[in-house]
Design a protein around this ligand. Structure first.
Ligand SMILES: [Zn+2]
Length: 127
């Protein structure tokens, strides 16, 4: 089984020979050679025996939230949101949900903040 980088922006699939597992005070891990993210590992080897490292099971694949403000003709902004689920292969995402217009705001920052709060609620409900 290869390792898969848990960084949702990366999701590199790494052969075991490509990564160097290291033991830190919090336990085993490896650093992704592509994005340098720390990935946790568990030692499932028998006590006293050779180390056998696996990636901990994640119940859910990570989500990627894209909140944007779309400028409208009247100078206001529409809050837009896309939520994607990372797949097991680098750079691929499945679009799960998409909202084109969650509301109209005078300020782009407010529109993005609104979209992000909707995303947080949505992910909470899924959890
Ligand atoms: Zn990575």
């Amino acid at each position: 089984m290869p390792f898969i980088c848990e960084n949702v922006e990366c999701r590199a699939v790494l052969a075991r020979g490509q990564v160097r597992s290291i033991r830190e005070s919090e336990g085993w891990c490896f650093y992704c050679p592509d994005c340098k993210a720390r990935n946790e590992l568990n030692d499932i080897g028998a006590p006293g025996g050779p180390v056998e490292l696996i990636q901990p099971e994640r119940s859910d694949l990570p989500h990627k939230v894209i909140a944007t403000a779309q400028p409208l003709e009247d100078g206001r902004y529409a809050a837009q949101l896309r939520v994607q689920r990372a797949l097991g292969v680098k750079g691929t995402y499945a679009v799960e949900e998409r909202w084109e217009q969650l509301g109209v705001f005078l300020d782009a920052h407010e529109a993005v903040a609104h979209a992000k709060s909707i995303a947080a609620d949505w992910l909470d409900r899924k959890a």
